[in-house]
Design a protein around this ligand. Sequence first.
Ligand code: V1S
Ligand code: CA
Ligand code: ZN
Length: 333
Amino acid sequence: SPSCADDKKRRVCYYYDPGIAHIKFSDDHVMVPARVAMAHSLVGVYGMLGDMRRLCTRPATEAEIRRFHSPEYVDLLRDLTPESYANDAALRQKAEDHHGIGGEDDCPAFDRLWKYCRGYAGGSLAAARALVDGASDIAINWSGGMHHASACKATGFCYVNDIVLAINELLGAFSRVIYVDIDAHHGDGVQDAFLDSNRVMTLSFHRYGKITPHKNFFPGSGAVNEIGAGAGEHYSVNVPLDAGVRDDVYHTLFKPIVGKAMEVFQPEAIVLQCGADSLSGDRLGGMELSVRGHAECVGFLRGFNLPLLLVGGGGGYTINHVASAWCYETAVA
Ligand code: V1S
Ligand code: CA
Ligand code: ZN
């Protein structure tokens, strides 16, 4: 098992919405929400469901989503359907020109989009509440983790930023929250949301730099000199990496950097985004972590014995690898 996992049991709660299995971005889209259903099947097959409290939850309300997202953007998300996108030229133009939906198709206007967003955001909010009320030590929502979405814009397959909503919920009870992001992409939406806050420290490990002479690895941000602003200066930490990073190199960085951040910042709760596109063989990530190396991050943070929220969501585009990783990480929890 990962080296920092200990023998002491944790009370784990787990959220799963079966509706996720039927969500499809588009026919050839790389983001396949059904991977969460695959992970859930594996968790069941390995007999773990009986060891965790299953979170009963509800979809996030419009009001909860408005706590971070702008009024016009929430109106659009609520009203957008493939039909309204196709038939209402003004709505389509607003979606494409101002809110990142449609257009080049990273974020299409697909069927049941609003239901999908409310579902995964509701899961992360319920998970945060389970930590706030002390009912659980670790809360898991593999369908959350949409780290790119900004207050008024969808980007990089992310429409509603459930992580920001969940961290805000945690801040109602905890003085300081640390956010760690092991998705292969930079956690820009979460970093930006808390850029000037000294109550949230964000750390992202990600691939960074040119992938062709004219194109940066998405989203292009996350340089080491992005450190936060105002009261939040030095509370954003970025670890840009080359393609091909393997477990040994990753952990010579991850453990000392995260360990030092924990020591200096003294958080009261931890949020870990477990994007699985940093695994070897992923269609987009270009990194070389093994499932064991990826899960070692979970084990390491679990070892601090603080309320821990695990979200998957984000990346992971070779779906059998994603399912293996999130199943194994459920076991580590
Ligand atoms: N890299 C990459 C990539 N691939 C795609 C893509 C491929 C097939 C499709 F049918 C649709 C999209 N988009 C991208 C990136 C976005 C990566 C998002 C990562 C998300 C996450 O793992 O961090 C968390 C959920 N988009 C781009 O590179 C932008 C484009 C510039 C190129 C691709 N086209 C489709 C849009 C514009
Ligand atoms: Ca990352
Ligand atoms: Zn990613």
